[in-house]
Design a binder for this molecule. Structure first.
Ligand code: TXA
Ligand code: MG
Length: 326
């Protein structure tokens, strides 16, 4: 199976992608968060191929993507006033809600759970693709399980290349971090994964605080919570504070710096995440920076910490998971 790479702003490419999905194929497509690897959510065989291509464990459910919030009833059972409130404010956008599922959604999508994660992505190509396919699209991030999510079409080609039927190239993702996942199926609204919508904004919209999911269990609620995930192959360590110049003989160390490189030398490679000091800039460039450092033949990567407010919560979450040795 050889993959084709087409421009996501070409209507003919969207039509080709939609046809591929309807025919049971896999299409990698841009979203505002990261690239997704999509299959028709109601085609269990196509969804099985997604798991196979990603080498993803079958206990890890997929997010179902809709082109409109009004399509929610195709995969979700029941009504919930909080969904209307959150959907009105954050959809289309980087928020996934975990809700009671409809029984006719194939079990493989939800890993047998009685809930489904749903989101309406904001990227125009993603919405156009889903709309043209005429079916909800189940899509994890388009990377092998456990590795850093792709934020450009080139990343997808490198990571999954030949295994995908069609790749839509929409350029770099604007947000750069995965969606925030909130469960409304638990007794209290629960933050399963910090992401592109900040906890503060969500709590403001809900008028309630979010419970943070407990430490990952054997069979986690959101396996994105698996401790080692979003990982670089090079060991990564988070520094306690701003980076200092390196002592001699420290080996080949790469630095993931926040807004400026430290004075003095010694780092074999330096990536500055947010020269403008803005968390949105840091988030958009995080995975690409990790990927470059990972390819630089380093012994270690060290990362400066950032305040855990707004997008900083999701950035530190990804860095911690990347630093967990598993
Ligand atoms: O931004 C995103 O969310 C991207 C783009 C492509 O939409 N998708 C993404 O998918 O990050 P994935 O599969 O890499 O991560 C989805 C996470 C997993 O940790 C999964 O366990 C969790 O969502 N999840 C999905 N359905 C769930 C459910 N019913 N209950 C709890 N967690 C769920
Ligand atoms: Mg993923």
């Amino acid at each position: 199976m050889s993959s084709r790479l087409l421009r996501a702003d070409d209507p003919a490419a969207i039509e080709a992608g939609a046809r591929t999905l309807r025919d049971g194929g896999l299409v990698a497509f841009p979203t505002e968060t990261v690239y997704g690897l999509g299959a028709n959510a109601f085609d269990a065989r196509a969804v099985a191929r997604v798991f196979e291509v990603k080498a993803r464990p079958s206990f890890d459910p997929l997010i179902v993507h809709l082109s409109e919030g009004s399509d929610l009833g195709r995969v979700v059972a029941g009504d919930d006033a909080r969904v209307e409130r959150l959907g009105a404010r954050f959809w289309p956008g980087p928020l996934t809600l975990v809700l009671p599922r409809r029984p006719d959604l194939p079990d493989i999508v939800t890993a047998g759970l009685d809930t489904v994660g749903v989101r309406v992505p904001a990227h125009p190509a993603a919405r156009a693709l889903i709309r043209a396919a005429g079916t909800p699209v189940a899509a994890p991030s388009a990377n092998p399980f456990g590795y850093v999510s792709p934020t450009t079409a080139e990343h997808v080609v490198e990571l999954l290349g030949q295994a995908v039927d069609l790749i839509l190239d929409g350029g770099p993702c604007g947000v750069g971090l995965e969606s925030t996942i909130v469960s409304l199926a638990a007794p209290e609204p629960t933050l399963l994964r910090p992401g592109g919508v900040s906890r503060e904004e969500l709590e403001d919209a809900l008028g309630a605080s979010l419970v943070r999911a407990a430490a990952p269990a054997e069979r986690p609620l959101a396996p994105g919570q698996l401790e080692r995930h979003y990982a670089t192959r090079t060991p990564l360590r988070i520094l306690p504070g701003p980076a200092a110049p390196l002592p001699a003989g420290a080996g080949r160390v790469g630095l993931l710096a926040w807004s400026a490189a430290p004075r003095g030398r010694g780092y074999a490679a330096v990536e500055i995440l947010a020269p403008d000091g803005r968390p949105t800039t840091a988030a958009a460039g995080l995975f690409a920076a990790l990927r470059r450092l990972d390819a630089a033949g380093l012994d270690t990567i060290v990362a400066e910490p950032c305040p855990e407010r707004g997008l900083g919560l999701a950035i530190m979450d990804r860095l911690r998971r990347s630093s967990a040795r598993g």
